[in-house]
Design a binder for this molecule. Structure first.
Ligand SMILES: *Cc1c(COP(=O)(O)O)cnc(C)c1O
Length: 391
């Protein structure tokens, strides 16, 4: 029996998309007429409000999530010869930041239930080498499911590693620690640094944009310098002082600033972050219920603190479903092609077959539409199509 839905989408339904309101537009327009387009008052305001949102002491706004990762790797002193561990199921930038600084990336396979890096396998890798062999760990809150950073911190302390939490998928997400307390992603309690992206598909969209959060004042001050060419104007840190104009370039930094007008957009978007998160969780719960009686559709594990950047299912014939959904105007996506299988990383010595669980996950995964402005009717259409196609 065919259950072809009667609803026809009026726009292609992507896996994710931004939500821009008239208030957002007004916030940007106001800064366009102000005195500052780059480093104005909106930068500090966005940083303060974002730090408060995630519960961290400090935040540094930067050009994008990739710039955030690069600056974090620099601030933590990554250099040639150092080894940093991350997951193959992530966006390439989580690994690339180590390469920008000349370090070596080491991957560890995933836990197949969550597609997060398997901390038991991380421990095994650390134990199979002398202490001091690895310098850092970059766990990723993949799909919006927060990594247990308390357990990750324990490992880092035991083996002397720093930690960068790549939380691009999970602003507002939390995990519950061993004492039953909710620990928000990026709150600086466990990771040395956490990073976020404001790419249009992420929870908070500014086009390009990123944020680093931390509770470590030393790293915070260093990041501020690195973001602007390595230049300091702080009289307390200058080696000499020739006058009011004087500044010093004290190390090699970059122009990784986030402009004032985009920070204004970020501030406006942040006011709706909790609302968006609730809607994402509501949509995810509806998908969970819709697929509960379909053994051929296997969603990744959920959790109360899941931020649901993505809703990922695994199906027997992923390519067939992807193609058939596209014909029905549903633009699902695959997250991710394992980073170690990219030709660049293969040229560094990694091979297909190195991380079988990540590769098995990749063979079947599909991210289906999930974003706050997805309508109930559109979601029902997506569900009906998947039920019809997977059967
Ligand atoms: C989006 C993303 C990034 C990079 O962010 P950009 O702002 O696009 O540079 C890094 N890591 C993960 C996991 C991401 O999803």
């Amino acid at each position: 029996m065919s259950t072809t839905p009667s609803f026809q989408p009026t726009r292609p339904i992507a896996y994710g998309r931004q939500h821009i309101t008239p208030e957002d537009v007004q916030a940007v327009t106001e800064t366009l007429y102000s005195d500052y387009l780059t480093q104005g008052p909106k930068v500090a305001e966005f940083e303060q409000k974002f730090a408060a949102y995630v519960g961290a002491d400090y935040a540094v706004a930067v050009a994008n999530g990739t710039a955030a990762l690069h600056l974090c790797a620099l601030a933590l002193g990554v250099q040639p010869g150092q080894r940093v561990i991350t997951t193959p199921i992530t966006f390439a930038a989580s690994a690339n930041c180590v390469r920008y600084c000349g370090g070596e990336v080491h991957f560890v396979d995933i836990d197949p239930a969550t597609a997060l890096i398997d901390l038991v396998a991380v421990r095994q890798l650390l134990e199979s080498h002398p202490k001091g062999h690895f310098q850092g760990l970059i766990p990723v809150d993949f799909a919006g499911l927060p990594v247990n950073l308390e357990a990750a911190r324990q490992l880092c302390n035991e083996f002397g590693l720093w930690m960068i939490e790549d939380s691009c998928h999970a602003p507002g997400g939390f995990f519950t620690d061993s004492r039953g307390r909710e620990q928000r992603c990026g709150n600086g309690q466990f990771a040395d640094l956490a990073i976020f992206s404001f790419h249009p598909v992420k929870h908070i969209a500014t086009g390009e944009g990123g944020m680093i959060t931390t509770n470590r004042r030393d790293l915070y001050e260093h990041l501020l310098r690195l973001r602007t060419h390595g230049i300091s104007k702080d009289p307390a840190h200058l080696q000499r002082n020739d006058g009011g104009w004087y500044m010093e370039m004290q190390e090699l930094g970059y122009n990784y600033r986030m402009p004032d007008m985009l920070c204004a957009l970020g501030i406006s978007q942040l006011t709706r972050a909790d609302e968006g998160l609730l809607r994402r969780r509501e949509l995810a719960a509806r998908y969970d219920a819709a697929f509960a009686d379909m053994p051929a559709v296997r969603p990744l594990a959920g959790a109360p603190g899941h931020a649901y950047h993505l809703y990922v299912i695994q199906v027997p014939d992923r390519k067939a479903l992807y193609d058939a959904l596209r014909e029905r105007q549903i633009f699902a996506q695959v997250h991710y092609i394992p980073v170690h299988t990219m030709p660049y990383y293969q040229s560094l010595g990694w091979h297909s077959g190195d991380f079988p669980l990540a590769e098995a996950y990749y063979a079947h995964c599909l991210s289906i539409p999930l974003f706050p402005s997805l309508t109930d009717e559109e979601q029902k259409y997506v569900i009906d199509c998947i039920r019809e196609l997977v059967g």
